[in-house]
Design a binder for this molecule. Structure first.
Ligand SMILES: *Cc1c(COP(=O)(O)O)cnc(C)c1O
Length: 399
């Protein structure tokens, strides 16, 4: 259990709960309740039935034959892109809204950057008939308008945030401020394995259904329940956490994380948090943070709006510090090439975020018998505008 959270909320030296006094009670209430609820029979029943009948789980584990031939290994894709709302985020929001109801909360708040977590939260609020307020930076609202329309149609109130750079970090600050004002009735659904303890552990547990399924599916397809490699992209780190959760202590399995290099890690326009960041505190957690010499948080950049977060979950900070995981930066153009490659070899258009996991493949050396599981965290419908702007290096038919 050396990579799991300890009883004080730390992964090695990372994690903890650094919150203002006024929120102490809220975070403590959550900490005291979350495990009892998540492990209760009634929660498990309701959660599992919604994952099956509403989200469409289990998501397939697909042996990508042509991609496998290209890279000389047995490459499986874990198809989170086929989930309701198009990504893994719904696994988490369903779990947290069931918890919120059991804690007697009536008002849901969330932050969103690209809008994917906002949509996943608005979706479960519609499903459960709960009030939903989503904080979103004004810049992101302009960049991600279709998701704003989705949230509104689902009945959410989208509040534009005009402080700072008007992006995810500022939206998160605003959501925390709201929570401070409404500690009694409000539940804050965080969208990744970030924030104060117990959020990172709670979100990792809710996403761990991904690796639970991989184990069963690999056993069926390969006769052994573990792969040689697990590959996932990291923004905050939730799809990666779900992918590796049940393999953390299994050292036969190599973990490779793809982070967003942007225009290159030393270009000044990057979101490669793990490689560029230093130890610091962001949004209630001690982790690795992109910051300048004065400790001011630096604005990250990536073509993928879902990956440009200046922090990283404490679980991943520890996996990196202990060398349990290898982290590879994938630049914008490399991710987009990888997205076109998957589209042309397998007929699957991935989300730009997931394309950063695919971009890892060309930087690896596999043996033909290696079993690789790569999590396709989401589908590419939302990214068509970005893809249309680029010229693929892949011809229409490559033979
Ligand atoms: C939000 C998002 C991500 C990044 O978030 P993680 O918490 O790192 O998983 C990755 N892929 C997709 C499709 C997303 O929507």
């Amino acid at each position: 259990m050396m990579y799991q959270v300890n009883e004080n909320g730390y992964y090695g030296e990372f994690g903890g709960a650094y919150v203002p006094e006024i929120l102490h009670q809220c975070v403590e209430e959550l900490r005291v309740n979350y495990l009892n609820v998540l492990e209760s029979e009634s929660f498990r029943k309701e959660y599992e039935s919604l994952l099956r009948d509403y989200v469409g789980r289990p998501s397939p584990l697909y042996l990508a034959k042509r991609l496998s031939e290209k890279y000389g290994a047995r490459i499986y894709l874990k198809r989170e892109d086929l989930n309701h709302t198009g990504a893994h985020k719904i696994n988490n929001t369903i779990g947290q809204i069931l918890l919120a109801r059991r804690m007697g909360k009536t008002r849901i708040i969330a932050e969103t950057g690209a809008g994917q977590h906002g949509v996943a939260t608005a979706t479960v609020c519609a499903l459960m008939n709960m009030e939903c307020i989503v904080y979103m930076g004004k810049t992101d609202i302009e960049r991600q308008y279709p998701n704003v329309e989705r949230m509104k149609m689902l009945g959410a109130t989208v509040i534009p945030v005009t402080s700072g750079n008007m992006t995810l970090k500022d939206a998160t600050n605003e959501a925390i401020r709201d929570w401070c004002c409404h500690p009694q009735d409000t539940y804050y659904i965080i969208g990744s394995v970030v924030g104060p303890h117990p959020y990172p552990d709670m979100v990792a547990r809710l996403q761990s259904v991904i690796s639970e399924e991989i184990k069963k599916q690999l056993l069926e397809k390969e006769g052994r329940n573990y792969p040689d490699y697990l590959i996932a992209c990291v923004g905050g780190g939730s799809n990666a956490a779900g992918t590796v959760y049940h393999y953390l202590d299994d050292e036969r399995v190599r973990i490779v994380l793809g982070e967003a290099g942007g225009e290159g890690i030393y270009s000044g326009k990057s979101a490669a948090t793990i490689q560029l960041g230093r130890k610091g505190i962001i949004h209630g957690s001690r982790t690795i943070v992109m910051q300048n010499e004065d400790g001011q948080i630096e604005e990250p950049y990536s073509v993928s709006a879902g990956l440009d977060y200046p922090g990283i979950g404490p679980l991943h900070a520890n996996l990196y510090a202990t060398k349990r995981a290898e982290v590879i930066a994938v630049n914008d153009d490399e991710a987009i090439d990888a997205a076109f490659e998957l589209t042309r070899t397998e007929g699957i258009i991935p989300a730009l975020e997931s394309a950063h996991a695919l971009g890892v493949l060309s930087k690896m050396r596999f043996k033909p018998e290696d079993v690789v599981v790569l999590t396709l965290s989401g589908r590419g419908d939302k990214d068509m505008q970005a893809y249309a702007l680029y010229k693929p290096i892949y011809p229409l038919i490559d033979n």
